[in-house]
Design a protein around this ligand. Structure first.
Ligand SMILES: *Cc1c(COP(=O)(O)O)cnc(C)c1O
Length: 369
């Protein structure tokens, strides 16, 4: 009997670290410091070092990280920010929260990330920033994006919510632009036991503004320098993330290993497989394959007890929630093709060889029938 394969198995990861995590969590009520505090500060130091950035500021979600990074860079009403339609809606929503207008561009069909060749035509006198998304754990073409940003005097904010530890050349995703935004939602490569996020930056002024904005604009208690938000990280999340960060490199290496096994086994099938750009390294938040008969393949895998996902079936520009942006179906052909064809295979560090065999055998069977 082939084993059943879930799309993701968060319980397996908890059990592999149970005693360390339980002890770290138990410290929090003992210290009675429930919000920000020592655990969160320790995690911020370690996460900044991991990313190779001068600062990390922890917040309560990836969405808050994006919102505050944009605000800290001075983006607001009347400004335009260029991003992609092929992303989780939070990327676009965060731009709207500031009052700025999201301007969307199509993706490169190989990297599945922002196509830098489309940027120049999208830049206007109102453009203030470019917001690339490192989709599926695969870095966007940062060399080209940073060059265009510099030439046009624009800020770059990286949405690295799917790319903790991914490499762009010698640097980590999130550390190349003016600010890099991370989510620690439980399913992400580094996941909390609830909501969490962080902004990394080398800029002292940006880090300082985000620290104030996340805590009601305060620098010290009752000294409100600007209107702010309650976007603080819980101490329990800081404690959990501190423990898990120590394993992130090993977990990412396991994902890369599983991806290589999938790619080897599936190379003889008609599926289009993920391709990583020269000089960069994906951390495979998602192992994304493509095929014209995606929905039929997904149903066949579900019948074999194999869980899959789709990232994302409805691009932001065709979503009913974002009709006010003024785009129509047909505007971004590469994005729309990916939305029709993409299938996310089971991917998590604890995936076993027997489970990978079951997935690839079921796919081979589908194409043999
Ligand atoms: C998860 C995610 C976010 C939002 O993060 P939350 O922590 O859920 O708010 C933003 N962008 C991308 C690309 C994501 O995958």
């Amino acid at each position: 009997m082939a084993p059943s394969v879930p799309f993701i198995d968060l319980k397996a990861q908890y059990l592999s670290l149970k005693s360390e995590l339980d002890a770290a969590i138990a410290n929090v009520p003992e210290s009675a410091q429930f919000v920000l505090g020592r655990e969160v500060e320790a995690f911020e130091r370690d996460f900044a070092a991991f990313c190779g950035s001068a600062h990390a500021v922890a917040v309560n979600s990836g969405t808050s990280a994006l919102h505050l990074a944009l605000l800290a860079l001075g983006i607001g009403e009347g400004d335009e920010v260029i991003t992609v339609s092929m992303t989780f809606v939070a990327t676009v929503a965060a731009i709207q929260y500031t009052g700025a207008k999201p301007v969307l561009v199509d993706i490169d069909p190989v990297s599945c990330c922002m196509d830098p060749d489309l940027l120049t035509a999208a830049i206007t006198s109102r453009t203030k920033a470019i917001l690339p998304v490192h989709l599926y754990g695969q870095p966007a073409d940062m060399t080209a994006i940073l060059e265009i940003a510099q030439r046009n005097g624009l800020a770059v904010i990286e949405d690295a919510a799917q790319a903790h530890g991914a490499r762009c050349g010698s640097k980590r995703a999130g550390s190349l632009g003016d600010a890099g935004c991370f989510s620690f939602y439980p399913t992400k490569n580094l996941g909390a036991f609830g909501e969490g996020g962080a902004v990394v930056t080398d800029r002292d002024d940006v880090a300082q503004r985000i620290r104030m904005l996340r805590d009601w604009g305060q620098e010290r208690k009752s000294e409100h320098h600007m209107p702010g938000f309650n976007y603080r990280m819980d101490a329990i999340q800081g404690a959990v993330l501190g423990v898990k960060l120590g394993r992130l490199e090993q977990w990412n290496a396991a994902r890369i290993h599983h991806a290589a096994a999938y790619s080897r086994r599936l190379s003889t099938t008609p599926l289009a497989l993920p391709q990583v750009a020269e000089g960069s390294e994906s951390v495979y938040y998602v192992y994304a394959v493509r095929h014209a008969e995606r929905d039929r393949l997904r149903a066949a895998l579900a019948a074999a007890d194999i869980g899959c996902g789709i990232h994302y079936p409805i691009p932001v520009h065709t979503s009913p929630a974002y009709q006010s942006l003024g785009y129509s179906p047909g505007d971004f052909p590469e994005t729309e093709a990916l939305a029709r064809e993409e299938l996310s295979l089971p991917m998590f560090p604890e995936l076993s060889t027997a489970q990978i065999d079951a997935v690839t055998a079921a796919i081979e069977q589908f194409f043999d029938d």
